[in-house]
Design a protein around this ligand. Structure first.
Ligand SMILES: Nc1ncnc2c1ncn2[C@@H]1O[C@H](COP(=O)(O)OP(=O)(O)OP(=O)(O)O)[C@@H](O)[C@H]1O
Ligand SMILES: [Mg+2]
Length: 451
């Protein structure tokens, strides 16, 4: 019988995917967006209660990003002759707020020590609920495909969640507990968490011997050193670093877009007036831009700039933040970065005339230079993990690379120089981990009774 036994879910910082393990031991990656394997790990929230993920969230956000409600007309505020009453923490006299939010990097929030929720429109959204929006959508799509309600799942986890540096053991445990809770909210009753690089090795096609698996994604770099025998891998050591494609997008933004916007002072006015560091720093990620949108200090800074000869800079920033162009801008940066993996140069283009007109040429060499120190840390992480496993690079039979950021030529070159090009094997960037997780789920539950 080819009934589904369990699912594997790769819940990624940028992309998430699901695969089913069937009773006959086969696995299948289920198409989630127009049959593509990966769903973008984004969550859209609207004040009307609507919650979306994947491309739907982007589409919804593009049409509602600039819509806002003035506090004076907001249904969440009671205006009486004795005063104004509301439980909205964003309420300000004469203020307003956006009707929607697009949240990226919800995986990162799982390890947040001081916060477990975000608040909008008088509602608290717990991080576990937000992650559950993504997991629920994956489960629903997969259940529709299998015609079953499958409640067993193996979910990948990074060796080190982003944000755990301050107290690694405790915060890693906290993030894992929250991930399990989110899976419960999404309808799973049996949950196993599996280190992502370990999942990446369960895929066939590698002969016995010592194997290094690298998974370089949007949020983290993960590595496993395994001893493989009779198609089973024994983990000798795991390692991880909080370095990934999303930080590379920020580096590229800082390198090329920020100067072009004039906020670094090339245009003169911004420097003389001193665009505050917090504003400059916030621009380089979508999450940072969302925070700036909610930051009351931004308006006065832009007004000051306009009044003191920095009108062009202020208008460009207004268009970027309040004109709803932050998403398009960060997409343009990411796309250019991806093109640089195959081309020697690429352009970051965003034309929203008259205020925003970016058409910037970037060379692969300058991009790779800007991420050099991060790649050195990744290299150090590999060596440190090998050392903990007690093996030398020349004892390694194979090195596999998977994850979107593993396509960066400088990373590939580093693996080649450490291990020799002939030992580096490519694995599909986006389906290797999820396939391994489904195989793990099969091994775990194939012989147990259905739930
Ligand atoms: N060809 C490419 N060259 C460079 N980077 C790429 C390429 N394709 C995708 N990326 C980047 O890879 C990242 C997404 O990779 P992936 O889907 O493996 O990450 P993830 O699983 O969501 O994240 P993580 O595992 O770190 O939580 C994004 O930052 C994306 O920009
Ligand atoms: Mg991943």
């Amino acid at each position: 019988m080819k009934g589904g036994v369990a699912y594997g879910i790769d819940f990624g910082t940028s992309n998430s995917s699901i695969a089913v393990a069937f009773a006959d031991g086969s696995t299948h990656v289920i198409g989630t967006e127009n049959r593509a394997p990966a769903l973008r790990s984004l969550v859209y929230l609207n004040r009307d209660g609507n919650r979306l993920t994947g491309e739907d969230s982007v589409r919804a956000y593009l049409t509602t990003a600039t819509a806002q409600t003035a506090c004076s007309r907001c249904s969440l505020v009671d205006h009486t002759r004795y005063g104004t009453y509301t439980t909205c923490v964003q309420h300000r006299s004469g203020g307003s707020c956006r009707d929607s939010r697009l949240l990226a990097q919800v995986k990162r929030d799982l390890s947040s020590d001081h916060l477990d929720r975000t608040n909008s429109w008088t509602r608290d959204y717990r991080f576990t609920e937000l992650v559950a929006v993504i997991l629920k959508r994956l489960k629903k799509t997969a259940d529709r495909s299998t015609g079953q309600d499958i409640r067993r799942v193996a979910i990948g986890r990074p060796v080190r969640f982003p944000g755990v540096e301050a107290d690694p053991l405790r915060l890693q445990a906290l993030a894992e507990e929250r991930l399990r809770e989110a899976a419960g909210i999404a309808g799973f009753s049996h949950v196993q968490l599996v280190p992502e690089p370990q999942a990446a090795v369960t895929v066939e096609g590698i002969s016995d011997g010592l194997v290094v698996c690298t998974d370089f994604g949007g949020g983290t770099f993960d590595v496993a050193v395994l001893s493989k025998k009779n198609n089973r891998g024994t983990v000798l050591a795991l390692g991880g670093a909080v370095i990934g494609g999303e930080s590379f997008d920020s580096r590229l933004f800082d390198l090329k877009v920020r100067p072009a916007l004039g906020v670094d002072g090339q245009a003169g006015a911004a420097k003389q007036l001193g665009v505050p560091g917090w504003l400059r720093a916030g621009l380089n990620s979508l999450t940072g831009c969302q925070q700036l949108l909610r930051d009351e200090r931004v308006g006065p800074v832009l007004r000051d700039l306009s009044a003191h000869g920095g009108r062009g800079v202020a208008e460009a920033l207004r268009e970027l933040l309040y004109g709803g162009q932050a998403w398009a801008c960060h997409q343009a940066v990411e796309q250019a970065k991806i093109r640089l993996s195959t081309e020697r140069q690429a352009r970051i283009t965003l034309r929203r005339l008259p205020h925003l007109d970016l058409d910037i040429l970037v060379q692969r060499s300058e991009f790779e230079q800007s991420i050099r120190s991060e790649l050195s840390k990744v290299e150090a992480c590999i060596h440190e993990t090998l050392a903990r496993a007690g093996v030398d690079p020349d004892q390694i039979a194979y090195v596999t690379r998977t994850g979107g950021s593993s396509r960066i030529p400088a990373f590939e070159a580093m693996l080649h120089s450490t291990f020799g090009a002939s030992r580096v094997v490519d694995r599909d960037a986006f389906t290797t981990v999820v396939t391994g997780l489904a195989r793990f789920a099969y091994a775990e539950w194939a012989s147990s009774r259905p739930v």
